[in-house]
Design a protein around this ligand. Structure first.
Ligand SMILES: O=C(O)CCC(=O)C(=O)O
Length: 260
């Protein structure tokens, strides 16, 4: 399956349904991108100062409510829309979110993922598991905003095309849900094949420019690639869920940096 850049909302939604992800090129006004970047830098620096020399492992169970290390050198700091000073229902991506999740779609999480210079690629993973044996429409959608240009050497996000339909552990008992969700060395698009003649999902990644977005189904297999540059990569995220869906796999730590 070849992944191509789509231009209008209808074809973006179609691609989200078939490939599980789509690019929204130059989707944010420069002023919005600058604002998200400056808040991200400020809050991340503050939280990392508070973390100080405390070592935390990889994964949300090992982290704090305020910071999670998603893979070595890849830090996730939650930031609310209020802290970003944005009304997320007025963001350019909101019509796409409601088209998939309904008018009563809810904000689930937002924040920034920074990957340090020299940080390695992540293991492949999904963000939340399927809920039913039969394929259902998405229960959660993620929106990434590139806060600076992200050339290939800086490690953009890589996707396994169409894998949101193949990561269903309820349909395919060969899949272990914990290995799909958490950083696990054996997890890869090849494990999603259910028959020898079935093709392995095609991997896709691409350089993105500042202000461009990526929209994807929470169940797609994906990973952040290695940052081989000398600059930190900043990616803001806004995650949304269907009303009533309870996300339980994204931020699992209950401890706070400010109370330990
Ligand atoms: O850093 C990226 O590009 C993706 C990050 C990610 O998927 C995660 O941390 O769960």
């Amino acid at each position: 399956m070849q992944h191509t850049r789509q231009q209008n909302n209808e074809s973006i939604l179609q691609q989200l349904e078939t490939d599980g992800f789509s690019y929204l090129d130059n989707f944010c006004e420069p002023a919005l991108t600058t604002q998200l970047l400056s808040v991200s830098r400020e809050i991340t620096a503050d939280i990392k100062r508070t973390l100080g020399k405390r070592q935390i492992g990889v994964g949300s169970r090992a982290g704090y409510r305020e910071i999670v290390q998603r893979s070595p050198g890849r830090w996730d700091v939650p930031i609310t829309p209020e802290q970003f000073s944005v009304d997320h229902t007025r963001m350019p991506w909101w019509p796409l979110i409601t088209a998939v999740l309904g008018e009563n779609a809810e904000h689930a999480f937002s924040g920034v993922v920074t990957s340090e210079p020299g940080s390695d690629e992540q293991f492949w993973h999904i963000d939340s598991p399927h809920e039913t044996v039969e394929h259902a429409s998405a229960h959660a959608i993620n929106l990434f905003v590139a806060l600076t240009d992200i050339p290939m050497l800086m490690g953009p996000t890589e996707f396994a095309c169409g894998s949101h339909r193949l990561t269903n552990h309820l349909f395919n008992p060969a899949l272990a849900v914990d290995q799909l969700l958490y950083q696990h060395t054996n997890t890869s698009p090849a494990m999603l094949k259910t028959a020898p003649e079935q093709a392995t999902p095609v991997r896709h990644s691409s350089a993105v420019s500042a202000g461009s977005c990526l929209i994807f189904d929470d169940r797609i297999m994906h990973r952040g690639l290695a940052n081989q540059t000398s600059k930190t990569r900043h990616l803001a995220y806004f995650s949304y869920k269907r009303q009533g869906y309870l996300p339980y796999t994204h931020f699992e730590s209950t401890r706070s940096l400010f109370k330990s």
